[in-house]
Write a protein that binds this ligand. Structure first.
Ligand SMILES: NS(=O)(=O)c1ccc(NC(=O)CN2C(=O)C=CC2=O)cc1
Ligand SMILES: [Zn+2]
Length: 257
């Protein structure tokens, strides 16, 4: 999990963020045969066809690609969602070696990494910040990354990582995250939270069952990122930026499968 120094360690987050011990915290361990198949759950629909990507940033705990969310050009809808939710950013969580790195686990098994596409309910709320504190404010699509062959499109992101080795930001050309989806959009869904501070319990989680395959080489490029800024003398490699699974506290996980 997140590197042990200082406030970046999940086990101390509850001191500044008591909600860390709340009733709908994320991530969780998803147990497929205990999930409720809900036939009323329709397919998730992703309308990412126009180019709205803006920049790629090392924000000190992950690498984030930000999107222009001033209109509804890039939205997710359907599935468990009552409204379209606007794409705001996507980012990754990873470990220091292939077997650990994802935040959600499936029957106790971790994946090497997990991609989060973060969306907000612009129908009900005026800003992302306001939505981020509302129980139905955010929808995060989680996609597992498993190591294997090279992913033909992920190199667009991994080839840009050297430019954000330290805590900086740089522009990106059009990048349509639809190219990072697996072939099946079957999903599990449950009510949860942000997995890093402020840990707001405002996320409708949609976790895809099928992982995408990326190479160890591509994943290795994430690990050469640094938590620290260029001006700092201590260089801490950015790895293990994942929170461990949290108690389910009676929540039901539904499946579209
Ligand atoms: N890992 S996760 O649950 O998808 C997760 C997702 C998001 C955030 N935080 C933010 O989005 C913070 N933020 C704002 O409040 C406004 C812009 C911005 O980046 C934290 C965690
Ligand atoms: Zn995340």
């Amino acid at each position: 999990m997140a590197h042990g120094s200082g406030s970046n360690c999940p086990s101390v987050w509850h001191k500044n963020y008591p909600v860390a011990q709340g009733n709908r915290q994320s991530p969780i361990d998803i147990v497929p045969h205990q999930a409720l198949h809900d036939p009323s759950l329709g397919p998730v629909v992703l309308n990412y066809d126009q180019c709205t990507s803006m920049n790629i940033t090392n924000n000190g705990h992950s690498v984030v690609v930000q999107f222009d969310d001033s209109d509804d050009r890039s939205v997710i809808q359907g599935g468990p969602l009552d409204n379209p939710y606007r794409l705001k950013q996507f980012h990754f969580h990873w470990g220091e070696k292939g077997c650990h790195g994802s935040e959600h686990t499936v029957a106790g098994n971790s994946y090497a990494s997990e991609l989060h596409l973060v969306h907000w309910n612009a129908v009900k709320y005026k800003t992302f910040g306001e939505a981020a504190t509302a129980p139905d404010g955010l929808a995060v699509l989680g996609i597992f990354l498993e190591t294997g062959d090279d992913h033909r499109w992920l190199h667009v992101i991994t080839d840009a990582l050297y430019m954000v080795k330290f805590k900086v930001s740089t522009t990106v050309n059009c990048f349509n995250p639809k190219c990072l989806l697996p072939s099946s959009l079957h999903y599990w869904t449950y009510l949860g939270s942000l997995t890093t501070p402020p840990l707001h319990e405002s996320v409708i989680w949609i976790v895809l069952r099928e992982p995408i395959i990326v190479s160890e080489k591509q994943l290795g490029k994430f690990r050469m990122l640094l938590f620290t800024g260029e001006e700092e003398d201590q260089r801490i490699r950015m790895e293990n930026n994942f929170r461990p699974p949290q108690p389910l506290k009676g929540r039901k996980v539904r499946s579209s499968i």
